[in-house]
Design a binder for this molecule. Structure first.
Ligand code: 2AM
Length: 173
């Protein structure tokens, strides 16, 4: 079994975001640069057959390249996650996240969560919200999406991309 999720990688921005976070008071336990991503759909524990099927189906999906402004800070009190994310985001992002979540649920995966709020988690075990001023000003240019496996080890968790696909608009004949 593998613990899986679909996400937009934030590799290009990760170092700049970490510098920004580390230059201000920020609650909780810092997430390392290599783990920064914007989750599209959480899938949970999948077996090999489900993983194969996810890859086959995901390859057929379409979503245009996306520009996402990371211009707000937030905190999920229950998950104790402090994050940055968009104040507003393209509708295509919500539509695509829903499609990926539905793909997961057709295969018996995911947590049935309906509400989608895009974010990049910058720390965990945060018992308070980060200060929201000055606001972040990053632009995530999403050109591809990935299926990640979450791997836990003594050094902590790391996210390994199992597959990646370009974001591309559907071309109508
Ligand atoms: P997070 O960024 O909000 O922490 C890998 O664990 C990814 O899946 C993380 O991005 C995490 O979201 C998300 N995730 C982990 N457990 C989850 C759950 N039970 N429900 C929804 N998303 C989850």
């Amino acid at each position: 079994m593998a613990r899986l999720f679909f996400a937009l990688p934030a590799d290009n921005l990760a170092d700049a975001i970490i510098r920004w976070r580390d230059a201000r008071p920020w609650p909780g336990q810092a997430v390392p640069a290599a783990n920064l991503h914007l989750t599209l759909a959480f899938l949970g524990e999948a077996d090999e057959k489900q993983t194969r099927e996810l890859m086959q189906q995901a390859a057929k999906l379409h979503c245009p390249p996306l520009t996402i402004e990371l211009d707000a800070c937030g905190w999920f009190a229950r998950a104790k996650a402090a994050w940055i994310g968009p104040e507003q985001w393209p509708n295509e992002l919500s539509v695509f996240a829903r499609e990926l979540q539905r793909l997961g649920s057709r295969l018996g995966l995911g947590n049935g969560e309906q509400h989608y709020h895009p974010h990049v988690t910058l720390s965990r075990k945060a018992t308070e919200a980060p200060q929201d001023s000055p606001a972040p000003r990053f632009t995530l240019l999403a050109r591809e999406f990935c299926l990640y496996q979450s791997v836990s080890s003594e050094q902590g968790v790391r996210y390994e991309p199992l597959a990646r696909w370009p974001l591309r608009k559907r071309i109508h004949p």
